[in-house]
Design a protein around this ligand. Structure first.
Ligand code: PLP
Length: 385
């Protein structure tokens, strides 16, 4: 028997990085700069809270929207860190990772035929999410000459004035670009003028190395048209605990909760207890991880420059995005450096238009491995260019 898969599922190609994992499995000395996952363990206080929660047998569902205590703690945290104010009763939804929040938003807002503009290169899940929801993606390429920031020129050139939703991801995966308030202001003006809804994925908001993050939702007239996504995977090193959240006006969050309550019921209970503790007592752990990422960032940027590869000054998340030397495609370079030197990196093309000719390098890896990996990349470049 053959299954008749839905057209939506068939339309989405398999992830472009799967082939690289297969090559990587052929060798046992691979250093991976490929994954977007902290190498740190979850801070102990949060792990202890998870253990205590299990020991007390707190293994039931929670309220659909998440525990009241966690929503209140999220409200305080985002107010304190990012000047965002949301009512814990109606404007915050706790989800199974930011991924669930992103998926819920597409399903709650996108009808078949709707257009979702995505500033790219960007995280690989937005495009499939739009397609699964029945919408169409409008790619808005950003340029290295703009430091991979989104500009109104890029929005206009792509025809984004006709779109229904605009997806932003800053600090950005894969480029490490950030958008300052002055960069966001003209974007907000464009969005208001053309009446778009904004999905702002701010999961890397804590990981900035040159000034604090600004959320587009804090700009005039933007709170009522923006859904913010955030979560505990990156800054709190909690990827496997699967916990994120969405912030937005009650009508929007209510619609997303409607899908969430039928499909997920509630986010993982143990993880909610860990996350509450993470917000209440792990600020120093986060600061310490951010310091270490920053040290690695500076090391990686300076090594790429020494090697002679152009790399723009990434200022957020835990990625940098060097250009491959002339004569190479990103895919050829990534495959070559993996086969010859055992270093896994991701070709920039997989993150959409604007990513061609670049590599995503994750520095969520210890300095010692980064040192070895950069030496191997250097010898690959010396032997092949
Ligand atoms: N958003 C971005 C920009 C990401 O890079 C990732 C993970 O790499 C996610 C969302 C997924 O986060 P979570 O683990 O909370 O689902």
């Amino acid at each position: 028997m053959t299954f008749e898969l839905s057209e939506r599922v068939q339309t989405v190609p398999p992830s472009g990085i799967r082939r690289f994992f297969e090559i990587a499995e052929e060798r046992d000395d691979v250093i991976s700069l490929g994954v977007g996952e902290p190498d740190f363990s979850t801070p102990w206080a949060a792990r202890d809270a998870a253990i205590a929660s299990l020991e007390r047998g707190r293994t039931s569902y929670t309220a659909n929207r998440g525990t009241r205590e966690l929503r209140e703690a999220i409200d305080e945290y985002v107010a304190d860190r990012f000047d965002l104010e949301y009512d814990p009763a109606e404007e915050i939804l706790v989800t199974a990772g930011a991924s669930e929040a992103v998926d819920l938003a597409f399903r709650a807002f996108v009808d078949p035929g709707d257009t979702v503009a995505v500033a790219q290169p960007s995280y690989i899940s937005y495009e499939p999410g739009v397609i699964f929801a029945g919408g169409e993606v409008l790619s808005v390429p950003t340029k290295e000459t703009d430091d991979f920031r989104l500009t109104v020129d890029a929005l206009e050139a792509a025809g984004a004035d006709e779109a229904d939703v605009l997806v932003l991801c800053y600090p950005n995966n894969p480029t490490g670009a950030i958008m300052r308030e002055s960069d966001l202001e003209p974007i907000a003006e464009f969005v208001r003028e053309h009446d778009l809804t904004v999905f702002s994925d701010e999961i890397y908001a804590e990981l900035t190395y040159d000034g604090d993050h600004t959320s587009i939702a804090t700009l005039p007239g933007m709170r009522e048209r923006t859904i913010v996504f955030n979560g505990f995977s990156k800054a709190h090193a909690m990827t496997g605990l699967r916990l994120g959240y969405a912030l937005g006006p009650s009508e929007a969050i209510g619609a997303m909760n409607k899908i969430h309550q039928y499909t997920m019921l509630s986010a993982p209970t143990t993880a909610q207890h860990a996350a509450l503790e993470a917000l209440e007592s792990c600020e120093n752990d986060v600061r310490d991880m951010v310091d270490q990422y920053d040290r690695r960032r500076r090391f990686v940027l300076s090594r790429f420059r020494e090697i002679g590869m152009d790399v723009f000054e990434a200022k957020g998340a835990f990625y940098c995005f060097p250009e491959v030397p002339e004569g190479w495609t990103a895919e050829e370079f990534a495959e070559g450096v993996l086969r010859e030197e055992g270093v896994a990196v991701v070709p920039g093309d997989v993150f959409g238009p604007g990513g061609e000719g670049h590599l995503r390098i994750s520095y969520a890896t210890g300095l010692e491995d980064l040192r070895k990996a950069l030496a191997r990349i250097e010898s690959f470049v010396e032997n092949n260019t």
